[in-house]
Write a protein that binds this ligand. Structure first.
Ligand code: ADP
Ligand code: MG
Length: 308
């Protein structure tokens, strides 16, 4: 196993390039420390095809966002017959687009906040009035295919709602509007261990900002991970069950992180699914793994062995 050539693919061209470089470096170092034949591959606009020249036995994908987490590089690797970690083409694409994810969740009877969708060119005023009469305020406006809270706004009146739609619609050509859930934010890593699907401990996320925005995600001290999450046992059990159900419904592989909210009555809602979650030393998945007694290196090794 240890002489197999492993390429840790990181960087990419999305707005999450810097985060990806951190994840990739941490995973690369972990593989080297365990004696694996690991190499770095820094992806940019032009060099994706050079991956084949490296003749890797496995690509460990530590890319986030568009061009990395959305099924495109996965499709290229499939065509080149190169093995890779994480979810496949369709699963990656469905999880990258929050609207598609939610449609699959609804079909699978997995709770997710109620939502509306507006496409570019449709009447924003008419749509906003419809949203307000159904949900009231606040509501959450999201560009559906971004990450790291880019294109996410919580709005409190109709002017803000219309403005948020107008200035975020060009990201992806459509906008997701979600009912705001007042409660506790949680996340659950799910992976396969042999033939078994396992959920790692639930992490509660507490942000110093109004929500878990870009700044609180990536600035030390601006958010806190609480493990185990401060929720009742029965809520925790149902979240774990829904996390596994969501992983299966979206056909995920490798490690996926299922993000949740629970409302004041401890009712869970799936917010989104991340198919290549952050893997820096301070990211959510490694923290959860640590609470389960799994070191960063052991976690990385599990991901590699599963993909092989
Ligand atoms: N329905 C919601 N109710 C309340 N807060 C939300 C809701 N959806 C998202 N948020 C807040 O916005 C953040 C980013 O939204 P999310 O859908 O996870 O997008 P991203 O892919 O950018 O992480 C979440 O971490 C959470 O703090
Ligand atoms: Mg998120």
């Amino acid at each position: 196993m240890k002489n197999k050539k492993i390429l840790v693919v990181m960087g990419g061209v999305s707005s999450e390039r810097e985060v990806s470089l951190c994840s990739g470096e941490a995973v690369y170092k972990a593989l080297i420390s365990m004696g694996y034949n690991a190499h770095r591959f820094i992806l940019d606009e032009k060099n994706a095809c050079d991956i084949a020249k490296e003749e890797p036995d496995l690509c460990v994908l530590e890319l986030h966002g568009k061009g990395g987490e959305d099924g495109t590089i996965q499709g290229m690797l499939e065509l080149m017959n190169i093995r890779y970690t994480g979810s496949g083409v369709a699963s990656s694409a469905n999880c990258m687009n929050k609207i598609l994810t939610k449609k699959m969740l609804v079909f699978g009877n997995i709770p997710t906040p109620e939502f509306f969708v507006i496409k570019k060119g449709e009447n924003i005023r008419k749509f906003a009035e419809e949203v307000v009469s159904a949900f009231g305020f606040p509501v959450v406006v999201k560009a559906p295919c971004q990450g790291s809270s880019v294109g996410v706004e919580i709005v409190h009146d109709i002017q803000e709602l219309e403005a948020a739609i107008a200035h975020n619609i060009d990201y992806d050509g459509e906008i997701l509007i979600e009912k705001f859930i007042k409660g506790t934010e949680l996340t659950v890593p799910v992976m396969r261990d042999g033939d078994e699907m396992i959920a790692l401990p639930i992490v509660e996320i507490v942000s110093e900002n109004k929500f878990y925005d870009f700044e609180s995600k990536y600035t030390t001290g601006m958010s806190h991970h609480i493990i185990p999450a401060r929720i009742p046992d029965d809520a925790a059990q149902s979240i774990e069950a829904y996390a596994k159900k969501a992983y299966a419904a979206l056909n995920c592989s490798g490690v996926a992180r299922i993000d949740f909210f629970v409302d004041a009555e401890n009712r869970p809602y799936v917010i989104e699914i991340n198919t290549i979650p952050g893997m820096t030393a301070t990211s959510l998945v490694p923290d959860s793994a640590k609470a389960a007694g799994l070191s960063f290196e052991e976690l990385v090794e599990k991901i590699v062995l599963q993909a092989m």
